[in-house]
Design a binder for this molecule. Structure first.
Ligand SMILES: [Zn+2]
Length: 260
């Protein structure tokens, strides 16, 4: 079973290192320095780079890392990714080079047009895992830079349908701010208040709030809860109009959060 280790980058990014023995792959290396420090400290070799989307804070370290060692770079087919050697999209099944672990690729447009997620379902992962970049966050979701609200709602619904025990490895530590918004949307959801206390304690001890789980997101993430009658009612009250479809409720929540 691999160890999945957060490497903090910039002010609130996580680069995820997937370590198996003396090798590791990294997901979304926006900066080479924390990856190199990790590899040197552990005396292990980089075996591959996985990329969820093209933003610089997820790709900025790739070219620098390839200077040390030419490793495969697996990234979304519909986006420009520096150094990419394998372009992947929906339905692809790829082996993480050097680690012998399999990942399934899902297209999850919305934050960017070609954003992908990597899902590990095999027993070798020790339980299902999801690397979802800036699409699903702990208690939140990414901004709609290139996609529509309908696309993002479909993408989030596909992720929400993964097994409850799926561990969620996303790209940023935004959890506490996201939970403040979740509490504004659902002030009477006890799971939100309970989670906020638990996550605050982790941050007070300098610990990441990640990984989350899909079950936890379904209970507390307002952007996955647009089908709930209470969430619809509060979104309609805030928007000042009827919201016909679940995707419209999602869109209203996203607009509200942008100005929150
Ligand atoms: Zn991004």
């Amino acid at each position: 079973m691999p160890a999945i280790i957060p490497l903090a980058a910039f002010s609130d990014n996580y680069i995820w290192a997937i370590r198996e023995g003396v090798r590791a792959a990294v997901v979304d290396p926006g900066d080479a320095a924390p990856v190199r420090a990790f590899l040197d400290r552990e005396r292990i070799a980089l075996s591959a780079i996985l990329v969820t989307h093209h933003h610089g804070d997820h790709t900025g370290g790739i070219v620098d890392l390839l200077r040390d060692r030419a490793v495969p770079v697996i990234g979304p087919a519909r986006e420009a990714i520096p150094g990419r050697t394998l372009a992947v999209g929906d339905g692809a099944r790829v082996e993480v080079p050097g680690l012998g672990l399999m990942l399934d690729v899902l297209d999850i447009p919305g934050h960017t047009a070609g954003h992908v997620a990597f899902v590990g379902r095999d027993a070798a992962w020790g339980g299902p895992v999801l690397f979802c970049g800036d699409t699903l966050f702990a208690a939140g979701c990414g901004r709609l830079f290139e996609g529509t609200a309908d696309e993002m709602w479909r993408s989030l619904s596909a992720l929400a349908a993964l097994p409850d025990d799926t561990r969620v490895y996303c790209g940023h530590e935004y959890t506490l701010a996201n939970l403040r918004f979740a509490a504004a949307v659902e002030p009477s959801n006890p799971a939100v208040a309970e989670r906020a206390a638990r996550e605050r304690a982790k941050r007070d001890h300098g610990l990441p709030t990640l990984p989350s789980t899909i079950a936890e997101e379904r209970r507390t993430n307002p952007f996955l809860r647009a089908r709930e009658a209470r969430v619809r009612a509060v979104a309609e009250a805030h928007a000042g109009r009827r919201l016909a479809r679940d995707a419209d409720v999602f869109a209203a929540l996203r607009d509200w959060k942008n100005a929150f």
